[in-house]
Design a protein around this ligand. Structure first.
Ligand code: FE
Ligand code: ZN
Ligand code: FE
Ligand code: FE
Length: 192
């Protein structure tokens, strides 16, 4: 049996938890996993589009031909990933809408400041690789989560499409590591 003092305790506990930094949901907050999944798709859709502008800028600033071709190859993949996301929006009967990704905006800005802070050549190349790998890791985390959400939601075809992109992001990251190990970092170290 619940007494009046039990009820009082419960309500004061809820108030206390709200005080401890709990974020108040906005009026359009996602209620279920499907809503969160859709919002995350919009976020990465914005991010991929932003990357179609950022990657060519990095390629233009790179010196190593291996790095330039790695970036250009990944630009083509990125364009395909945008189309793949449009297919996914279609499959879940949603309009393809981009919603600004604060994280990717920050990662791209960081890449730009690294370029400003380095002389063109092997050192700037090393900086471009570092910035690019941070970007790829963000994408790997995002697509890994999205694929898992799709599986949980029973969207098998969508999960397969997301896994294709996930594999491309992992491939791009691996390629950048190879470029760094092969030439760029060694040469950059010799500058000092
Ligand atoms: Fe991507
Ligand atoms: Zn984001
Ligand atoms: Fe961080
Ligand atoms: Fe990528």
């Amino acid at each position: 049996m619940k007494t009046q003092s039990d009820q009082k305790d419960n309500s004061s506990k809820t108030k206390e938890e709200t005080k401890k930094g709990t974020v108040q949901p906005s009026s359009d907050a996602a209620a279920g996993l499907m809503g969160l999944f859709e919002d995350s798709l919009k976020d990465i859709y914005w991010a991929e589009k932003a990357l179609t502008k950022a990657i060519p800028k990095m390629a233009k600033n790179a010196t190593s031909s291996e790095l330039i071709s790695a970036l250009n190859n990944h630009l083509l993949e990125t364009e395909e990933q945008i189309v793949r996301l449009q297919t996914i929006f279609d499959k879940i009967d949603q309009k393809a809408v981009a919603k600004k990704c604060d994280a990717m905006e920050g990662l791209i800005k960081e890449g730009e400041s690294i370029m400003q802070e380095t002389e063109p050549g092997v050192v700037r190349d090393a900086g471009i690789i570092a910035a690019s790998q941070k970007i790829e890791h963000y994408e790997i985390a995002t697509y890994g989560t999205l694929r898992q959400f799709a599986e949980t939601l029973g969207l098998e075809e969508v999960a397969t499409l997301l896994e294709q992109t996930l594999d491309e992001e992992k491939g791009a990251d691996k390629k950048l590591t190879e470029v760094a190990v092969n030439a760029v970092n060694l040469e950059a170290a010799e500058r000092d």
